[in-house]
Design a protein around this ligand. Structure first.
Ligand code: CTP
Length: 425
C-alpha cells in the first residue's frame, strides 16, 4: 500500500536500516523474523516541492488504516505510524522519512557514484550493515541498494563503520557497534576498532560530559544505548567488549569492569531473580546503578545526573556512601534481629541491594536475611487481637505492636499466650 501511494506521486520508497539487515540475516540463517520497527525512506525527486513527502505518505496510509496512530516530527520531516498491540499482533512502528541530504554532501567530484538522495541518506548512517536499502517501488522493486559493501560485511560477519570520524561525532555509535557485534556474533572490523580506540583516546568523556546545548542529547542517547544493552540477554558479553575497547570511559574515565564489579553483577542477578517481579525492580536500571556504584563515591551522583537517570536512581547513588557507612558500622555491633530490622527498614530495597553487593559476607548475609525473612515477619498479635484483649485503641498500639514484633523476631515470644503475658507485664 505504501509503495502504491508513493508510486502514484512519482516517488521512490525504500525499506532501510535494521529491518533490511535483519531480513537478510534471517534469510541467510533460514530463520524466522520478528520485526517491530520498520524504517521507510521516500526519495522525492522534485526536492523543493517534496520535502514533506514522508509526512504526506504517512497521512495517506493513515487514511487507509485509521487504527494506526500518526505522529509527525515536523523539524525532521519524518512521520511515524503506530499499530497498537492487541491479542494477535505486537505493536508495529513504521517510520517514514524523506531522504536527507544535508549532513554529508555528495562528493560531486566522483563521477562513478550515482547522485541520488537515497545514497546520501544511507551515507550518513553508522555501519555498512545498517546502510542497505530495499527498493519497494517499481521499476526495479525488490532491488537491494548496497553502496558501501554492507552485504559482504553481513557475510563476513563484521561490523564496519562508514566514516573514520563517526565515533568522534557520535560516541554512542561505539555502544551501538558493540551491541550489534555481540547480538549477531560479529567481529568489529579491525579498522573500525582503531577508529573506536582513537575516539576514546581523544577525550571522549570530556566531550560527552560537558554540559552545553548539544550534550544533553548525547547523554540521553548514551543512556538509551546502555538501557538497550543492559536489558538484552547478551548484556554481560557486551559489557565485556565495551571494557576491552576502553569504551566504558564514555561513562567515566575511571570506569572499568574489574573482577570485583563482575562478582557484584553476578550477585545482583541472584537478587533480581529473588525479588523481581514482586518488587518492581527494573533489571537494567539496577545493573546500571551497580555499575555506577562501583565508581568512587564522589563521582557517582555526577555520572548519574549526566546520564539523566531517574531521580530515585540518582538519590540511591548519592546516598549510598553515607548509608553504607551507617549500615556497616551498626550491623557489626548488632546481635539481635530486631535491631537489624529497626535499622534496615529505613532504607529501600534498591539501596540495600547495592550495599549488600559491595559488602563483606557477614554484612551481606544480614541484609539478605533481613530482605528475605525478617522484613516479612509480623508481630504475633495484630491490632484486632489487642482490641479483643481489651486494650483501648490509640497511638500506643503502634508501640505495643513494635515491641511485640521485636520480641517475635528475637524469638523471645513464640505464641499468642506468651505475647499476652508480655503485654500484661
Ligand atoms: N543511526 C545512526 N547513528 C545512531 C543511531 C542510528 O547512524 N547513533 C542509524 C542507523 O543506520 C540505523 C538507523 O539510524 O540503522 C535507525 O536506528 P535504530 O532504529 O536505532 O537502529 P536499528 O538499526 O533499527 O537497530 P535495532 O535493530 O536495534 O532497532
Amino acid at each position: 500500500t505504501a509503495s502504491q501511494a508513493a508510486e502514484e506521486r512519482g516517488w521512490h520508497l525504500y525499506l532501510v536500516g535494521g529491518a533490511v539487515r535483519d531480513l537478510l540475516l534471517a534469510e541467510a540463517a533460514a530463520g524466522t523474523l520478528m520485526i517491530t520497527d520498520i524504517d521507510l525512506v521516500v526519495d522525492g525527486f522534485h526536492k523543493s516541492a517534496d520535502v514533506g513527502a514522508g509526512v504526506e505518505l504517512a497521512k495517506a496510509l493513515q487514511e487507509i488504516y485509521p487504527v494506526a496512530r500518526l505522529e509527525i516530527h515536523g523539524a525532521f520531516q519524518t512521520a511515524a505510524l503506530l499499530w497498537h498491540k492487541d491479542q494477535d499482533l505486537d505493536s508495529l512502528w513504521v517510520d517514514i522519512a524523506t531522504a536527507r541530504t544535508e549532513f554529508y554532501p555528495y562528493p560531486a567530484a566522483n563521477p562513478e557514484v550515482e547522485a541520488s538522495s537515497i545514497r546520501q541518506d544511507l551515507y550518513r548512517r553508522d555501519f555498512t550493515i545498517n546502510a542497505l536499502a530495499l527498493r519497494l517501488t517499481s521499476p526495479r522493486a525488490g532491488d537491494l541498494l548496497d553502496f558501501f559493501g554492507g552485504l559482504l560485511d553481513l557475510e563476513a560477519k563484521q561490523v564496519r563503520v562508514l566514516h573514520a570520524n563517526s565515533f568522534i561525532e557520535d560516541p554512542t555509535r561505539i555502544y551501538r557497534g558493540v551491541r550489534f557485534a555481540v547480538r549477531f556474533g560479529f567481529a568489529i572490523e579491525p579498522r573500525t576498532e582503531e577508529y573506536i580506540r582513537y575516539a576514546i583516546n581523544s577525550g571522549v568523556y570530556d566531550r560527552t560530559a560537558q554540559t552545553n546545548s548539544k550534550t544533553p542529547a548525547l547523554q540521553t542517547r548514551l543512556k538509551t544505548e546502555l538501557k538497550h544493552i543492559l536489558e538484552a540477554p547478551y548484556w554481560r558479553s557486551a559489557l565485556q567488549l565495551l571494557d576491552d575497547l576502553g569504551a566504558l570511559q564514555c561513562i567515566h574515565p575511571t570506569m572499568s569492569l574489574d573482577s570485583k564489579l563482575i562478582r557484584q553483577l553476578r550477585l545482583l542477578e541472584r537478587c533480581l531473580r529473588r525479588f523481581d517481579p514482586q518488587q518492581n525492580l527494573i533489571p537494567w536500571q539496577m545493573r546500571l546503578e551497580a555499575i555506577i556504584a562501583h565508581l568512587a563515591p564522589k563521582y557517582r551522583g555526577k555520572v548519574a545526573k549526566n546520564l539523566q537517570l531517574q531521580e530515585d536512581s540518582i538519590q540511591h547513588l548519592q546516598n549510598l556512601a553515607a548509608a553504607k557507612t551507617e549500615i556497616i558500622q551498626s550491623l557489626s555491633e548488632y546481635q539481635r534481629p530486631s535491631q537489624v530490622v529497626q535499622l534496615l527498614r529505613k532504607y529501600n530495597l534498591e539501596i540495600l541491594i547495592l550495599i549488600a553487593l559491595q559488602s563483606q559476607r557477614p554484612i551481606r548475609r544480614q541484609i539478605w536475611q533481613y530482605l528475605t525473612v525478617w522484613a516479612n515477619v509480623q508481630p504475633i498479635l495484630n491490632g484486632n487481637d489487642l482490641k479483643k484483649l481489651g486494650y483501648k485503641p490509640g497511638p500506643q498500639y503502634r508501640q505495643m505492636l513494635d515491641d511485640l514484633l521485636a520480641k517475635t523476631l528475637d524469638g523471645d515470644i513464640t505464641n499468642p499466650v506468651e505475647a499476652q503475658e508480655f503485654l500484661a507485664k
